[in-house]
Structures are given as C-alpha cells and as structure tokens.
Design a protein around this ligand. Sequence first.
Ligand SMILES: Nc1ncnc2c1ncn2[C@@H]1O[C@H](COP(=O)(O)OP(=O)(O)OP(=O)(O)O)[C@@H](O)[C@H]1O
Ligand SMILES: [Mg+2]
Length: 233
Amino acid sequence: MLTGRSLPHQAGLSHQNYLFHLDNLTVEYGNVRALKSVQLTIHPGEILFVTGPSGAGKTTLLNILGGHIEPTSGKAILPHQRSSKHFVASVFQDLRLLQKKTCEENLWMAYDPLIYNSKNDFQREMEDLGRMLYVNDFLNRKIEDCNGGLRQKVAMIRALLSRPTAILADEPTSSLDKDNSYRLFEVLNHYNHKKGLTLVWATHNKDLIKQFPGKIAHLDSGRLVYAGHACFI
Ligand SMILES: Nc1ncnc2c1ncn2[C@@H]1O[C@H](COP(=O)(O)OP(=O)(O)OP(=O)(O)O)[C@@H](O)[C@H]1O
Ligand SMILES: [Mg+2]
C-alpha cells in the first residue's frame, strides 16, 4: 500500500483519470516471459491498437486487461475490478458463441433488463447494428452454419449490445475482407464518438490503423517498445 503524501503527478493518476493501469507487469508461462515489465495506462474513450509480431504478447496483454489471467509480478488495475459500473467485453479468437443457437439467440444473450428500458429497445439496437453490418438476413442461421466473418460480426454486435465501458478485441477482423473490416471498425468508431466506448484492438492490419485515429501499443518479445500516437508508425 502507498503511504505518505501524494505528489501532484501521482494525484493525476487518480481512478477517475484512467480506466486501465499496468504497473511494471510481467507474465510468465513456465519458462516463457510473455510480457516483460509493461507500463501502460489506458484512458476512458481511447482507441488503442495493440501491434507486434506473432508471439510478441498481444493476446497475453488483452487477457491481462480482461482480468482473465493474473500477472506473475507487477500490478494490473482494471475498471471492472474497481467498480461494478464498468463492464469490459472481450471478443477473442474463440468468440464464445453458442454453436447450436442462432445468431439472434446469441445476440439476445447480451440483453440485460437493468440496462435496457424494454425488450423493444434492445431489439431496435440489435437490428440497427445488424443492418449496419449486414447481419439481419442471417439472424435465424445457427452459428455452426455461419462462416468465420459472420461469426466475428455477431460476436462484436453482442459485445456492443452489452453496453460495455470497453471492448477488448483480439484480431476481430481476421476472417473479414477489407470492406467488412472497415465497416466493423466504423461502427466501433461511432460508438467511441457517441458513447465514449474505449477500444483495445490487437491487430496486424496496418491499413486499418492508418485509416482511423487511435494510439498504438507496440510489443516486441513481450516488451512494450512504443506507446503513443499512430502517426509515428
Ligand atoms: N498458455 C500458454 N502457455 C505457454 N506459453 C504461452 C501461452 N500463451 C502464450 N504463450 C507464449 O507467450 C508468448 C506470447 O504469446 P501471445 O499469444 O500473447 O502472442 P501474440 O502477440 O498474441 O501472438 P499472435 O500474433 O501469434 O497471436 C509466445 O511466446 C507464446 O508462445
Ligand atoms: Mg494473439
């Protein structure tokens, strides 16, 4: 526990000012050091692209931010662990969709009467998102009969419908072509502008990063080698 007076710059790191804060954080899987002394702060409403070559630690970083794994050393301060007001949605490569259920049934899993005034409100938002992402024609299709791109869109719509503070997305456009990737990102960008959604997006897609405003956290062999504005890549 910190003791003593807090200096002005420490006061700047108050809980109101950031959502996620990683302090000197290391993750080891046996002999593999997947993250090494990472220092990272993510503020509300930021878009952060996590980049780096295969094996650099992107998925591990997202797992830490989601609270899915514990650091070996160092500290992770996470919004959903600080306050029940915050919900952090993860859209990872396994997508966690129910294969035997339809797209629509999977989307309804996000319905929460505490955050929607009515089922009609939820339905409207679901159909708006479905229209923007060309999913509405497939709502009755079982997930096991959908292609990878459609599954990724359903998983992202479900995450948005849960009205999260932040979405953590791990290569969420890997099965989508360029147009569909842009469209998906446009929808997320819209939620970022309108609702202050914080977005952490692990990707190899440089075109997407150049197209949209955001920051970059670039990992190399587990080290955070660059954190800042995307214009420098
Ligand atoms: N569960 C695990 N057990 C052991 N080693 C792991 C585990 N998960 C990841 N690693 C190792 O940790 C390092 C970082 O892996 P991670 O999956 O975070 O990288 P990544 O940047 O997401 O890679 P990719 O671009 O291929 O998805 C790699 O060396 C990987 O082999
Ligand atoms: Mg990965």
